[in-house]
Write a protein of this length. Structure first.
Length: 201
C-alpha cells in the first residue's frame, strides 16, 4: 500500500512568505538536479516510479514528482554541479532546522559572570561575607570576577589589594581556580576565577 503524504494548505508555488535561504519548486531554474534523500523509497511508492538516490534528473521532472507526492522540491546544495535537491515538506524542514539551531544555542549557553568588589581596606567580616557569596556562585557554575577598587589616594595600597585577592583565591581553591594572577586595569586590580568542573558519578 502506497504511503500517504498529508496534503498541505496553500498553493504549491506560493513560497513568498519564506526566507530566500533556499530555492524551492518553481524558483529552481537550472535544467538538471541531483536528487538525494532518505525518503526516496516512500516517494517512489507514492508516484509509482523508482527513484535512485544521487541520480541526476531533469528539474521539471523532479518538480512534477514533488507535486505528485504533495511535497516540495528543495535545493540544499546550490553550488554543486548540478545542484543537489531533496523532495521534502519544506515547512517541516524549516521547523526542524530552527529546532536544531535552538538546541545548539541552548548547549552553548553563555557563562554567567558574578562580580565581587573589595576596597583595599576591606575588614575580615566583609571579606568572609563576600567569600561565602563567591563559593555559592562557583558552586552554581558561574565565574567570579573579583576586584579591588582603588579610590583617590588608596592607589598607593596596590600591594595590600594584591594580597587580599591572593588570599581570596586561596580560600576558594576547592571551588574554583584563578585564570591568571591579579592584574591592574585602570584603578582596579582584577582576578577572574572559574568554577571547578564537577566530577561525574
Amino acid at each position: 500500500m502506497a504511503k500517504r503524504f498529508g496534503r498541505r494548505k496553500g498553493n504549491f508555488n506560493d513560497r513568498s512568505n519564506q526566507k530566500p535561504e533556499y530555492r524551492v519548486n518553481e524558483h529552481i531554474r537550472v535544467p538538471e538536479v541531483r536528487l538525494v534523500g532518505d525518503n526516496l523509497e516512500d516517494i517512489s511508492t507514492a508516484i509509482g516510479q523508482t527513484l535512485e538516490p544521487g541520480t541526476v534528473y531533469p528539474t521539471r521532472t523532479a518538480r512534477d514528482w514533488a507535486r505528485k507526492a504533495e511535497l516540495d522540491l528543495v535545493e540544499i546544495s546550490p553550488n554543486a554541479k548540478p545542484p543537489v535537491v531533496k523532495i521534502i515538506d519544506f515547512n517541516k524542514f524549516l521547523y526542524e532546522k530552527k529546532k536544531k539551531e535552538k538546541e545548539i544555542k541552548a548547549k552553548a549557553a553563555k557563562t554567567v559572570v558574578k562580580e565581587i568588589r573589595f576596597g583595599p581596606n576591606t575588614d575580615d567580616h566583609d571579606f568572609e561575607f563576600k567569600l561565602r557569596h563567591a563559593k555559592g556562585f562557583l558552586e552554581d557554575g558561574a565565574k567570579v570576577k573579583a576586584y579591588v577598587h582603588f579610590r583617590g589616594r588608596t592607589i598607593v595600597f596596590k600591594e595590600r589589594g594584591e594580597l587580599l585577592l591572593l588570599k581570596f583565591i586561596k580560600e576558594l581553591e576547592e571551588y574554583g581556580a584563578a585564570e591568571a594572577l591579579p592584574k591592574m586595569e585602570g584603578r582596579r586590580m582584577i582576578v577572574m576565577i572559574s568554577p571547578k568542573k564537577k566530577k561525574k558519578n
